[in-house]
Design a protein around this ligand. Structure first.
Ligand code: S3P
Length: 452
């Protein structure tokens, strides 16, 4: 689908985003390991989470979708059944990396693959530690998926220092650790999102080389009732639109305020936007609340170091905000952005450049010198959900018309994005609409058409 966006005069209103993607994956996976019925409310509606559910079903886990709740009938951590065919993680790195951690501890052989993009993403980062634990994984060329996983004779705990902060790798090893003999300790150089640790109540200490999390092979997961907070990474697109567009103010209701995820709010404040947090409470071990962002004049910022994992998925939309800020914004230490659903450094630099921004590519990030305006253009989503949505927001703030090609990739994490956008946007004479005349086959539906 191509999506046409025309400049908006403002955004305004309150909106609710679907459940957080990271927490939703984990709720499904952990429920599948518990002995008994778990219930998940407010699960993410994105295609990635549907991929996790699809793999679990192939592994013999019963999952039912009821009125506003997903029911998972877990049978224990070693009760997966050998799948009849190759497991497909779709576009989802979290599905592939976390599930591999669980599959290496089962007593059957299986193969886990993904779509064209996921099959290009690096898997060495999980193959290496899992092999140290005694797992037998045969990756494809260049340490990528498909991954062939064989039962291992002796599977044991390790102490592993992560070479890069990654919640996916950390979680993969911790999940493998609950199926291994003895204790597994993961040390992260700087803190990454900690949903796994919170949801499993894992012991965490400040060690000599960073934060250490320990799990033991006799760990058992109990059935739970999960109530999933809204996804702050999805809300970020509209919060950013409000920060950029004059006379704007929007409220994201009930989003996760876990400090490992709220780097975007800190950056917005530092850039000068007005950020207000209200109704803060806790659900399923996660802080949650309403976030209001209102427009104010923005200034450039420098973002690097331990801040990067706290906003890794928000860097494309931060780049768009930076184009409307006074002065220079520098993003550095974000090498891993090149290994996401697209090379997000290239995607951001190319698309912002095509809109007339003053942008420069760095090896580990980019520099944006704010000019206060962008010019609409025809842009590619790079088959990357966050690029599609970040540049749809850029289009709202740009002069003239912007077309996002292959915009349906937004469905990977946030199928409701375009509908909510319609609700919040205020126009004078212009309007935003799907370019139905140019609508092409929806790649996501065509690829799998899966439903939870
Ligand atoms: C995720 C962790 C992050 C993030 C991804 C989801 C998770 O990846 O980019 O969207 O749920 O653990 P890395 O941990 O590889 O940085």
């Amino acid at each position: 689908m191509d999506y046409e966006v025309r400049g908006a005069s403002a955004v305004s209103g309150a909106f609710k985003v679907p459940g957080d993607k990271s927490i939703s994956h984990r709720a499904l996976l952990f429920s599948s390991l518990a002995n008994g019925l778990s219930e998940i409310k407010g699960i993410s509606t994105g295609a990635d989470v549907i991929s996790t559910a699809g793999c679990l079903k192939q592994l013999g886990v019963d999952i039912e979708r009821g009125e506003g709740v997903v029911k998972v009938y877990g049978k224990g951590k070693r009760a997966y059944r050998a799948p009849a065919s190759t497991l497909d993680a779709g576009n989802s790195g979290t599905t592939m990396r976390l599930l591999t951690g669980l599959l290496v501890g089962q007593n059957f052989e299986c193969t886990l693959t993904g779509d064209e993009t996921l099959r290009r993403r690096p898997m060495q980062r999980i193959v290496e530690p899992l092999s140290q634990m005694g797992a037998t994984i045969v990756p494809s060329y260049n340490m990528t998926a498909p991954l062939k996983i064989f039962p291992s004779k002796k599977f044991h705990g390790i102490r592993y220092e992560l070479p890069l902060p990654s919640a996916q790798v950390k979680s993969c090893i911790l999940l493998a650790g609950m199926l291994a003999e003895g204790e597994t300790v993961v040390v992260e150089p700087v803190e990454s999102r900690d949903h796994t640790e919170r949801m499993l109540n894992l012991k965490k200490i400040n060690g000599q080389h960073g934060l250490e999390t320990t799990i033991s092979g006799d760990f058992t997961v109990r059935p739970e009732s999960y109530d999933i907070a809204g996804d702050i990474s999805s809300a970020a697109f509209f919060l950013a639109a409000a920060a950029i567009l004059p006379n704007s103010s929007v409220t994201a209701l009930g989003v996760t305020l876990n400090p490992t995820r709220t780097g975007i709010l800190d950056v917005m404040k530092e850039m000068g936007a007005k950020v207000l947090l209200e109704n803060i409470h806790e659900t399923t071990g996660e802080p949650i609340g309403d976030v209001t962002v209102s427009h104010s004049e923005l200034r450039g910022v420098d973002i690097g170091g331990s801040m990067i994992p706290r906003l890794i998925d928000e860097l494309p939309i931060i780049a768009v905000m930076a184009a409307f800020a006074n002065g220079e914004t520098v993003i550095h230490d974000a090498h891993d952005l090149r290994r996401k659903e697209s090379d997000r450094i290239v995607a951001v630099v190319d698309n912002l450049g095509a809109m007339g921004a003053d942008v420069e590519e760095l090896d580990d990030g980019f520099v944006v010198r704010g000019t206060g305006s962008l010019q609409g253009n025809e842009l590619d989503s790079y088959k990357d959900h966050r690029i599609a949505m970040a540049f749809a927001v850029a289009g709202l703030a740009a002069r003239g018309e912007t077309v996002i090609k292959n915009a349906e990739w937004a469905e990977i994490s946030f199928p409701e994005f375009f509908k909510i956008s319609e609700k919040l946007v205020i126009r004078d004479i212009n309007h935003t609409k799907p370019a139905s005349s140019r609508k092409v086959k929806n790649g996501l539906e065509a690829d799998d058409g899966r439903q939870m």
